[in-house]
Design a binder for this molecule. Structure first.
Ligand code: UDP
Ligand code: MG
Length: 339
């Protein structure tokens, strides 16, 4: 590794923040204290995901006083996964750690992730041994991760979020991926290499409220399921077979009654209505599942950029220019630099 000689940091810490003004200074203090323990050059890349409170002003003040702090400010709220993605684009380290900016993931745990990376693992993800959230939310998370594991065609580890450290090679692979509806822990698992997990206790939020209202969580869950599984589509096909089979059997039965036994059925309002409602429901459900996939296809083919940056603080001028060139040409920044 020649990160130290080339002036690039060895470790980058990527932090998405959305309206976390009360947490910024404590986060900074704890993160710097933890990273200084490792005694390698580091940078903290904070992505301000369109905060509407004082988050950005506080971050800018920190970045102006400490050249290791860098800030990418979005033009609006693009969402947590997109903020993480942008952070990975801007991070320069030989190892890149991703951490939540609300202190639910303790920065003091990063040195342990870093140790494992040094041992030669390309991905070391933190596995939540415990969570301090409401019973309902915990149950929902448990169910989702187990469902995802059953359904998906990549091996996404149980109870691990985005809190992880990744080798430069993995980050480069992630950065090449153009997909828009991102589920970072999914693509991270998809990439492969040597991966391992270590357990930690997830803490309660330092301040403020969760920035993941139910709607955003459901979207994240759908992204995870739809992007890494064809099972929902296959279920629709299976259902189609079962229902067509039953309908065919029923047709035979009714025809036999009519033709062989000469029965004229005029009663049967209930059965008719039940069948119609049942089929209507199944059809709507199937359309919905198809829609989830089609909607995402639509989103992908538009090929819009993933996010819009309003301003950055603390990056080199050369880095900045290469980013702009990369964004315009839709190529990786390293390539842009070489041109
Ligand atoms: N976050 C973000 N954009 C969003 C929502 C959240 O950058 O649209 C950040 C947030 O500031 C925090 C992290 O992502 O640092 C995790 O979000 P949150 O704590 O709200 O999620 P939860 O822990 O409740 O799942
Ligand atoms: Mg949180």
């Amino acid at each position: 590794m020649n990160a130290a000689t080339s002036g690039a940091p060895t470790l980058s810490l990527v932090v998405p923040m959305y309206n976390e003004e009360e947490t910024v200074s404590t986060f900074y203090r704890r993160a710097v204290a933890a990273l200084e323990q490792i005694a390698v050059p580091f940078e903290i890349v904070v992505v301000d995901d369109g905060s509407t409170d004082g988050t950005f002003e506080r971050l800018r003040a920190l970045a102006e006083g400490d050249s290791r702090v860098k800030v990418v400010r979005f033009s609006r709220n693009f969402g947590h996964q997109t903020a993480v993605t942008a952070g990975l684009h801007y991070a320069k380290g030989a190892a890149v750690a991703v951490i939540d900016g609300d202190l639910q993931d303790p920065p003091e745990f990063v040195p342990r992730l870093f140790e494992k990376w040094r041992e030669g693992f390309e991905v070391v993800y933190a596995v939540r041994r415990s969570r301090k959230e409401s019973v309902l939310k915990r149950a929902a998370y448990r169910l989702f991760y187990r469902l995802l594991r059953r359904l998906s065609y990549v091996d996404i580890p149980l109870d691990s979020g985005d809190f992880a450290i990744m080798d430069r090679r993995v980050v480069d692979e992630l950065n090449k991926m153009p997909e828009r509806n991102r589920f970072v822990r999914g693509i991270r698992a998809w990439v492969g290499f040597r991966q391992t997990g270590i357990e930690y206790d997830r803490e309660p939020r330092f301040a403020g409220e969760s920035k993941y209202p139910l709607g955003k969580l459901v979207k994240l869950a759908y992204d995870g399921l739809v992007s890494y599984s064809f099972v929902p589509l296959r279920m629709v096909t299976h259902l189609g077979f079962v229902i067509s089979g039953s309908a065919f059997a029923l047709i035979l039965y009714l025809l036999t009654l009519r033709l062989v036994y000469g029965e004229r059925l005029v009663t049967g309002w209930t059965s008719t209505v039940v069948v119609v409602l049942f089929l209507g429901g199944i059809q709507l459900l199937s359309l919905g599942i198809l829609g989830e996939y089609v909607g995402r296809i639509f989103d992908e083919v538009k090929r819009r950029p993933l996010y819009v940056v309003r301003e950055t603080v603390g990056f080199d001028r050369a880095e900045e220019l290469s980013k702009t060139a990369a964004a315009e040409l839709e190529i990786a920044p390293e390539v842009a630099l070489r041109r």
